[in-house]
Ligand binder design. Sequence first.
Ligand code: PHE
Length: 469
Amino acid sequence: VMGATDGAAPREGWSSRTAFILAAIGSAVGLGNLWRFPAEAGENGGGAFVLFYILCVALIGLPVLLSETLIGRHGQASAPESVRRVALESGASKHWSVLAGMGVTAAFLILSFYCVVGGWVLYYIGVFVSDLFQTGLTGGAFQGRPASDIESLLPSLFGNGGLMVGLDFAFLAVTLYFVARGVSGGIEWVATWLMPAFFALLILITIYGFATGAASETVAYLFTFDFSKLTPEVMLAAVGQAFFSLSLGVAGMITYGAYAGKDVNLGKTSGIIASADTAVALIAGLCIFPIVFAAGLSVSAGPGLMFQSLPVAFQNMPFGSLIGVAFFVMVAFAALTSSVALLEVPTAWTMERFAIGRMPSAIIVAIGAAILGALSALSFNEMADFRPLGFIPTFAEANFFDALDGVTAKLFMPIGAILTCVFVGWIADTRLIDSENGLDGALHKLWRFLVRFLCPLALIAILVVGLSS
Ligand code: PHE
């Protein structure tokens, strides 16, 4: 076990550097890459969004990612306690831990609705598996059924509150199982088995989509930069997406960094994590768009792109139902390694704060997430008219699910990230920071500059525009 702390019981840790990298990539790669990124790119005009997204990852996401892993690795504790330790060693107020306290809260809230969407993924696995039995191996999916039938699968799922809650609980239960088994025994296990399987499926489906679908149209769409499309809204959508996709602003990377040993070069590792996450987002675009274009469907379907357009597109593809099963299994794997990270953040804190074991902590957090998750699931049907934040103009129209999504994305994540930048860039002892970051020379200077100036300013812009829109 790496990184035992002063006198306390030996802390859990990753069993190797590779395990840390895979788990962190597992946390980053998820519904954000597969569901949100293509949807955002499609809604925000393709190439210009994609290019600006890559810039955001490199100049804003990556510096914050390094800042978070660095705090965790130095602190070797739950996220708030790690921040507190770095603060005290730097002669600063221990109250800086509030930045991670917000993160823990945000991770818990995101977990609750992330598992609801994970439940939709489970539903589509079921739909395609049963279709596979009916239409056989080689044919397209849903033979003989009209496209509108396939598109209405999602609204009919949304109409079924009981099923939505059940699927949410199922996804959460699987997440709980792995988190309860511990860092090296559970979290690391899912990452080391599911991430390679995920990559293999992603590459296979992308090759298939490229070979049979509209490849050149896709490449032109994703990599032609029409700068007139780069409006302030598009830019903000790109920064927000980069943050969500890299799992930043929710103390997740602080928590995972705290299980890393001193032999890990955090600068290099952060670069690997950010590159892998971005590569997966781009490949997800290259996977989904050829299929959608070939079927003559719209790329700007937003959230419906993955759950409605894609299933329709599978209809006429040879092996369509098989591809459907493979595709949604792949999405489930990616989502699970992210939900595991989301559950681990509050679980690690609960264990430490109340000095109780991993199993009871994980169960308590999961029960809380199940309650909020059920309310989110029901906000598509039984509770559709409930406006929990009706008194706040920005969130006045939001149902329970949208309110949690909005509050975490527009408030918690940007504020948490701004405070992280200020803390690492201005407050923490520079010698401590320098000894942890694994960077030297020009790269180090560049990173300092970005964390101190560019990142907080860009994040303040997101916060202001996000709240006023
Ligand atoms: N990055 C994950 C995704 O893209 C979501 C996530 C956010 C996971 C924050 C953990 C922490 O799906």
